[in-house]
Design a protein around this ligand. Structure first.
Ligand SMILES: [Zn+2]
Length: 411
């Protein structure tokens, strides 16, 4: 590695350290902080980064992007006992769906990518499924629910230096990973300041059983603007840096050719063109810090880097798609959430379906008092209570031949 590159990495580390201190409250993702913590006492960090780039570029261009691959994912969910919001099964399917849409450029809102960048949209060709494994002859599905009484459990560490997280260990009240060579582990728990974090390929050789991503449970709330953070963290897991290069300044790049240089991160949902470093900024990239409405795309270059990263560091993950739990939806209420507010019933499916879903609501005498549909492209259906008197009702959902009914009480 040349002296200049070496100095560049040292500068990055130093900047990052200061930067993180100043911006603790806006930290969407603690990936960078943790890398610093982990490597601040390791002299070979810059050597690792340089080798990493060499390895990636050696396979880049040879990666066949058209082959679809499927990777099993395990969700370890930690609801807090007294929390108002608790994650349920549909929230997990929604997260899986967001991942699959993001990694295949199949998200409905990808049409909002500006013309300047639409030609750069990348499809990684990766599918994610819910993993399964057989324990003592019994199939266990990779969605594991736990309850904790600890506030901000996903912020608790075994040691401050390496930022090893308790949530990843049975012995500390967490949940042990499933074999990280075969599954991607996703832990979901409460965090005070961050929306998520991820391990980076290759650097955690001592702690292979801790590889995976961690998501703040509050990202999954109904009105959250951070549901897509899971795509951002999965990007890190597959070797992507932040789009502005992890440190402010135009000299820091994300090592991807088709993402423009960007001075710093964006938050919220910017409107119109934004420029820095002499070019238009791609703030709608998943690897920026923008809200869901503005978080729309990976580039072709990022997709290629992800595939290269799998080839080098994560190859065993793609040899195991027999470990996928078949997604048979037997209960539509498993994928569609029903919320009741004072004056509203909301049905939220959070993703597109193959067909429209018919909605019917019956009163206790069996009379149909509401009928409508959730369009296949629609994600939220609000039904105002004004249609109903107090009482017990049955909400029926129908998709093709499959229908399910749930009882609700209107007060
Ligand atoms: Zn990040």
């Amino acid at each position: 590695m040349g002296v200049i590159n070496y100095m560049k990495y040292l500068t990055q580390i130093l900047f990052l350290f200061i930067f993180v201190q100043l911006n603790a409250q806006t930290n969407k993702c603690s990936f960078a902080t943790e890398r610093i913590k982990y490597f601040s006492n390791k002299s070979d960090y810059s050597v690792f980064l340089s080798d990493n780039e060499k390895k990636l570029s050696s396979v880049a261009g040879n990666i066949e992007l058209r082959d679809e691959i499927t990777i099993p994912v395990v969700f370890h969910v930690f609801n807090r006992e007294n929390a108002d919001f608790k994650v349920k099964l549909p929230d997990i399917y929604e997260q899986l769906d967001i991942l699959n849409k993001a990694f295949s450029a199949g998200n409905y809102d990808i049409k909002y990518v500006p013309d300047t960048f639409s030609g750069l949209v990348g499809n990684t060709g990766i599918n994610f499924c819910i993993g399964k494994k057989v324990v003592s002859g019994k199939v266990i599905k990779g969605i594991l629910f736990y309850t904790t009484d600890k506030k901000n459990f996903a912020d608790e560490y075994l040691d401050e230096d390496n930022k090893r997280m308790k949530i990843k260990h049975n012995s500390f009240g967490g949940s042990d990973s499933w074999d990280t060579d075969k599954y991607i582990n996703v832990w979901i728990g409460e965090m005070a300041y961050n929306n998520g974090t991820s391990t980076f390929p290759g650097i955690d050789a001592d702690y292979r059983n801790e590889e995976g991503i961690v998501i703040n449970i509050n990202n999954l709330q109904i009105n959250s603007k951070n549901k897509k953070v899971i795509a951002h963290e999965m990007g890190h897991y597959f070797n992507l840096y932040h789009i502005w290069g992890n440190a402010p300044g135009c000299e820091n790049d994300d090592e991807v050719d088709d993402t423009p240089l960007q001075d710093n991160y964006y938050t919220g949902c910017p409107v119109g063109d934004k420029f820095s470093c002499g070019s238009l900024d791609m703030y709608m990239n998943y690897m920026d810090y923008t809200d869901d409405d503005c978080s729309l795309m990976f580039t072709k270059g990022q997709a290629e880097r992800i595939r290269a990263s799998i080839n080098i560091y994560r190859k065993t993950l793609i040899e195991n798609n027999s470990l996928c739990d078949a997604r048979v939806v037997t209960d539509l209420f498993e994928v569609i959430k029903l919320y009741q507010y004072n004056n509203n019933i909301s049905l939220v499916k959070g993703f597109m379906t193959d067909d429209n879903i018919d909605v019917a609501i019956f009163n206790i005498s069996g009379q149909k008092v509401y009928s409508g549909k959730i369009d296949k492209r629609e994600t939220v259906k609000n039904i105002r209570h004004i249609f109903f008197n107090q009482g017990i009702y049955l909400v029926q959902l129908r998709l093709g031949n499959n229908y399910n009914t749930k009882k609700i009480i209107v007060f």
